[in-house]
Design a protein around this ligand. Structure first.
Ligand code: NAD
Length: 245
């Protein structure tokens, strides 16, 4: 479904981002995994040797426009284009408002919002020149409901929805589609660390009866990146088993 396309996936070293990377590679794309550190990027690449020649790693500071522009230029130099940007890197926290420091709030907004702005701007400049492209952001089910602690995380994901809708309207004229995926509780490292009893309780409260797997989310990323979604832009697609909290 993506043969001949090149995708950059931020936070592609593990969890949902790594599942998106593998799914894109399995569907013929060239992939650049963007991580925060060279060491974790190289560890992820070591598990992707069967795709040799179609996968590379970058580790720019996602909040620094110059660093991102340089890294994206290196991807374009290797593969010839940048057709898909998956803004997936994210951090969360459950800190109470009473204990929340300004530093913690700023860090969440930097990784979850500012980096999406910086990477989207760098990619859009290239996509516009090429005649089009696709940007997919990672929202969350909490951008619908909020959450009872850790206010910075839902705040950041509401902002991601706003960026998605606004950039979709602004970039449509340049043939760039912008959408978001809003995962529910998904079995990444964070969820794997929870006691099984708690995972069972969470699962029982989800109408589809289970937490999501990274592949469930990656499938939505594949659809939105592909030509099957050629008339879909400005949408936040919920992939949460109809969870309501
Ligand atoms: P994860 O912690 O397994 O992966 C997060 C990724 O982001 C990692 O690759 C990490 O290296 C990267 N990252 C974090 N800070 C970074 C930085 N400063 N620079 C570059 N990369 C950075 O988490 P995940 O569950 O796979 O989450 C992926 C996305 O999905 C996040 O945006 C998260 O908010 C969102 N999400 C996850 C869930 C869930 O239940 N797992 C639910 C809703 C939304």
């Amino acid at each position: 479904m993506l043969t001949g396309k090149t995708a950059i996936i931020t936070g592609g070293t593990r969890g949902i981002g790594l599942a998106v990377a593998k799914t894109y590679l399995d569907n013929g794309a060239n992939v650049a995994i963007a991580g925060s550190r060279q060491e974790t990027v190289e560890k992820a690449l070591a598990g992707l040797t069967r795709y040799e020649g179609r996968v590379m790693g970058i580790w720019p500071d996602l909040c620094d426009p110059a660093s991102v522009a340089e890294a994206f230029a290196s991807v374009r130099a290797k593969f010839g284009s940048i057709d898909i940007l998956a803004n997936n890197a994210g951090v969360s926290s459950r800190t109470s408002l009473y204990d929340y420091t300004l530093e913690e709030f700023s860090k969440i907004m930097d990784v979850n919002v500012k980096a999406v702005f910086v990477c989207s701007q760098a990619a859009a400049r290239i996509m516009k020149e090429q005649g089009g492209g696709v940007i997919i952001n990672t929202s969350s089910m909490v951008a619908e409901y909020g959450q009872p602690s850790g206010c910075g995380y839902p705040t950041s994901k509401f902002a991601v929805n706003g960026l998605t809708r606004s950039l979709a309207r602004e970039l449509a004229k340049d043939n760039i589609r912008v959408n978001a995926v809003a995962p529910g509780v998904t079995r990444t490292d964070m969820v794997a660390a929870l006691p099984q009893e708690l995972v069972d309780r969470i699962s029982a409260g989800i109408p589809l009866g289970r937490v999501g797997e990274p592949q469930d989310i990656a499938n939505a990323y594949l659809y939105l990146a592909s030509d099957l979604a050629s008339y879909v832009t400005g949408v936040t697609l919920r992939v949460d088993g109809a969870a309501m909290t």
